[in-house]
Design a protein around this ligand. Structure first.
Ligand SMILES: [Zn+2]
Length: 65
C-alpha cells in the first residue's frame, strides 16, 4: 500500500504584474512578506508554495467569455 503524504494543493495565482508580493494570506498560515519578480513568467513562493504566473491579459480578458 502506498501512503501518500497529505499536502494541500498549492494555490496558483495569475497576475498581470511583473512583481508580486506574498505573505501567505496572513493569520496562522501567514509568513513575512516577500516579493518575487516574474521575469521568467512564473515564480513559486518559498514559504507557502503558492505559484505566481505572469499573464498580462488575465485581468482584462476576465469578462470576454
Ligand atoms: Zn507565500
Amino acid at each position: 500500500m502506498n501512503e501518500q503524504p497529505k499536502t494541500p494543493d498549492p494555490e496558483v495565482i495569475y497576475t498581470g504584474k511583473r512583481r508580486v508580493s506574498c505573505d501567505g494570506g496572513g493569520g496562522a498560515l501567514g509568513h513575512p512578506i516577500v516579493w518575487y519578480s516574474l521575469d521568467d513568467g512564473e515564480a513559486e513562493c518559498g514559504y507557502c508554495d503558492r505559484k505566481f504566473i505572469y499573464r498580462p491579459e488575465g485581468e482584462d480578458a476576465a469578462n470576454s467569455a
